[in-house]
Design a protein around this ligand. Sequence first.
Ligand SMILES: [Zn+2]
Ligand SMILES: [Zn+2]
Length: 668
Amino acid sequence: MMSAINIYLCTLFFKSKSSMIKITLPDNSVREFESGITGYDIAESISSRLAKEVLSISVDGAVWDLSRPIHKDTSIKLFQWDDREGKETFWHSSAHLTAEAIEFFYPGTKFGIGPTVDNGFYYDIDLPEGQQLVEKDLEKIEKKIIELAREKHDIVRKEISKKDALAMFSAKGDNLKVELISELEDGTITVYNQGNFTDLCRGPHLPNTGFIKAVKLTSIAGAYWRGNEKNKMLTRVYGITFPKQKMLEEYLILLEEAKKRDHRKIGKEMELFTFSQNVGQGLPMWLPKGAMLREQLEIFLKRVQKKFGYEQVITPHIGDVNLYKTSGHFQKYGADSFQTIKTPAEGEEYMLKPMNCPHHCELYKFKPHSYKDLPVRFAEFGTVYRYEQSGELHGLTRVRGFTQDDAHLFCRPDQIKDEFKKVIDIIFIIFKALNFENYSAQISLRDPNKPEKYIGSKENWDKAEQAIIEASAEKGLKTVTVLGEAAFYGPKLDFMVKDALGRSWQLGTIQVDYNLPERFELEYIGADDKRHRPVMIHRAPFGSMERFVAVLIEHTVGKFPLWLTPDQVVVLPISEKFNEYAKSVSEFLNNSDIRTIIDDRNEKIGRKIRDNELKRIPYLLIVGEQEAESQCVSVRKQGEGDKGSMGHQAFVDFIKAEVKEQLSSLYN
Ligand SMILES: [Zn+2]
Ligand SMILES: [Zn+2]
């Protein structure tokens, strides 16, 4: 009896004296709670609505389960559906639930990994001998997932020893998990259990399965265990879940629309680019119309850049391996990318160019520079080659060879802000000419707590970060600032555009670099007659031609602006009788620099109009007897219909005015 009271008193004493902890919220306000408080309790203390919507919590930067007790003073952030971390917690928990449902139907399945991806999650599974999963099986699994979700099983975290973990998954016969566990350190292993399913996992997870209200298992694919083709081929099940049924319905509509806009599909229809297994995977080849599109983009950007004082340079596709040892790129790309090429007699070793920067540094060193010469701005449409695993390749967005719209600006430290403003101007011109209206930017700065991570003096970093912040503000750019996201060699500014479907794409980047000027010992002579290091700025507004064209196709469904589109006009003779006249019209337009083709197939005019509208050609000129007699053309505009008839020169002027209007940001 006595001892029970003692324990009671002890606990009371412990609670009242030393068990309060300080929790700092994102707005820097501090609240006191009892030690052992959970993220969920904190949310509830703020508002019951927040408690309903919160999905996970970050504790000193690490994302945790809401149900995990907190025992020390800490800074926290609560994540909801709109936060990336919130979605990740949601989707990753859904991967576990999917595994549970799969295990229900296919006992003995071994489970590999089940991470989140941009839109949802997947799980790599090894089905029992002789069993396989096909599309039509997905529906019953989806139903089971919802059934399990409705049962609202708690998802419980448990720390276990390596020995126990090995025993647990060995007993289950899951050699995939056993392999993963054997590589983990004892003392760091956690498992999560919900209902009848336990999974090895670092977490975090939702408090219970009841949050998951809607699911779609989107596809099944094959995937080698751990991405290694020497390993067994597993079954990868992709899925996505939502906290509301309506969100799933909206997502499915978006998915349908995205399929229609898939750049791989449109690229084929419009004959823009192709791949050939005989050439090699991940190596896009541009067909004549795609090459025309690229050429127009290049001409456009070269003109913009010329206006801003850039000079075009050309450098080779390979470089001596020592060049990349100097730049540090060999350490980064050497072993993990294409292997070096050797010469037969001299024993030289070359690398396929993974970056253009080292070449441009050597160009800078061609002659001495005075402070008055700076900035020096070298631009190049430079093709680079980087190895990507075959499973990662995707259309034009993930390739092994691509052309960057690269440039390197060598400037004095006091010129950084001005140069940033100019690059932002260039990016604005591009976005305007290509109708990207919805964009924002991210400023990536140092992690103030880890100064040792960064090269270059604190003073230079302070100045450069300030310059980027001020340049962005003065240009009226909508930005978010993220600490700790800067590269070790300098802060940067990344542009994100939202396409017509509201999907975000990262496009242009502007990056300050203190590292390469140091490594290449770049210099200029200052006003003080002494040697100084220039600052280097890397920038690529398109990113790469391949990726940019992919985004452009998906944004516009292949309906490019008139100035850019490969075929601007198609002439459609009403019958064979007018083919000659059509030819003369097309010649006149082509001579006036309007990209024009003829459709002289022996087809009805209605059919010709339909076919050419499908080809996304902006202007259709219909010519028959009346037009031939009065030397004019009947103009039809894609999406707008009949525009009346015009004389040849009048039509040229009309088209040119439209192009000029579209490119007004370049001319102003
Ligand atoms: Zn997990
Ligand atoms: Zn560069």
